[in-house]
Design a protein around this ligand. Sequence first.
Ligand SMILES: Nc1nc2c(c(=O)[nH]1)N[C@H]1C(S)=C(S)[C@@H](COP(=O)(O)O)O[C@H]1N2
Ligand SMILES: [Mo]
Length: 357
Amino acid sequence: MVVHGWEPFNVEPPPAALADAPLTPVEAFYSRNHGPVPSTDRDTWRLAVTGLVDRRLALSLSDLRRGFTTCTLAVTLQCAGNRRAGMTAIREIPGEDPWRDGATSTAEWTGVRLADVLGAARPTERAAHVAFEAADVSQLAEPPQPYGGSIPFAKAMGPEVLLAWAMNGRPLPAVHGGPLRVVVPGFIGARSVKWVRRVTVQAEPSDNYFQAVAYRLLPPGTDPDRAGPSDGLPLGPIALNCAILCPADGATVPSGRTMVRGYALAGEHRRVIRVDLSADGGASWQQANLAPPAGAYTWQLWHTDVMLPPGVDPELVARAWDDTGALQPESAAALWNPKGYANNSWPRAAIHTLSET
Ligand SMILES: Nc1nc2c(c(=O)[nH]1)N[C@H]1C(S)=C(S)[C@@H](COP(=O)(O)O)O[C@H]1N2
Ligand SMILES: [Mo]
């Protein structure tokens, strides 16, 4: 794994580790944390459901298992900071890790639908947002506080949003939020709150630091250290994106026929319909082959063979299209923002070729 930090623990897999299979092995799944992994106990864990509800709940893990229908869904998580390195290359982004293409991974999550649990609590008519509060305390927040965030009530009531206790058929590892985490398909990873202890139905979005101050798209001239609650735009749904995984940027490969592989991910309720690859910096394009997705909320892996002529160091460029006909933006410069979120510009990989003698 590529380690960005040990405490908090922030790691991403090397690109090739993502290219092999639609589901990422737990050992290769990226991890993004804002504080220490809390120590937890499965047996005494309780989930409180409060706020604008007629019936408050306090549920143990076995209450969740016994009281609601268990379901399993393949979902890709993607951090809003994925591919930040492409923005850092344009202008420095102090205090934020330069994630490459690996702050995203796909797993099969097992748990219960948040909608079923909310239904049991009987939300009132004023319900407009659902906030999550976790057990880890982040010293990076101002002031230090437990990690949290919220999603719109309408999204929370979707059948795809889970309270999950297992990942790829195994108990959820502590680093990924065990014993219980939220999985919000189609939204930035930050909303999939790990070690979730409290679900609050409310009229307004969460005032937690990670909803109100961080994970917001600030205008380019803003100083993020001075930005206050409600500056910029809160990030929710993720944008159409793709990456070139193999050969990776900077790789040396023999000239001749080479297979190029990567992933593409559409936004909420959208599908990737086409991925193009260029082996000449964008002068000409060919269509890649798209593998079928493992679910409605997962990436699609793609591959295509290109001819790399000897004696030229080609620049690979990829670009994905979704089923609305939308294409990814070409340049990261146009997307640059002070916290380096949501870089979904065309990925580029500079390759060195070795001529066979
Ligand atoms: N409690 C808690 N939940 C959290 C975080 C955190 O630091 N604390 N990080 C968030 C972010 S920014 C991302 S991208 C995902 C990462 O999930 P993973 O570590 O399982 O890959 O968890 C989210 N949930
Ligand atoms: Mo994230």
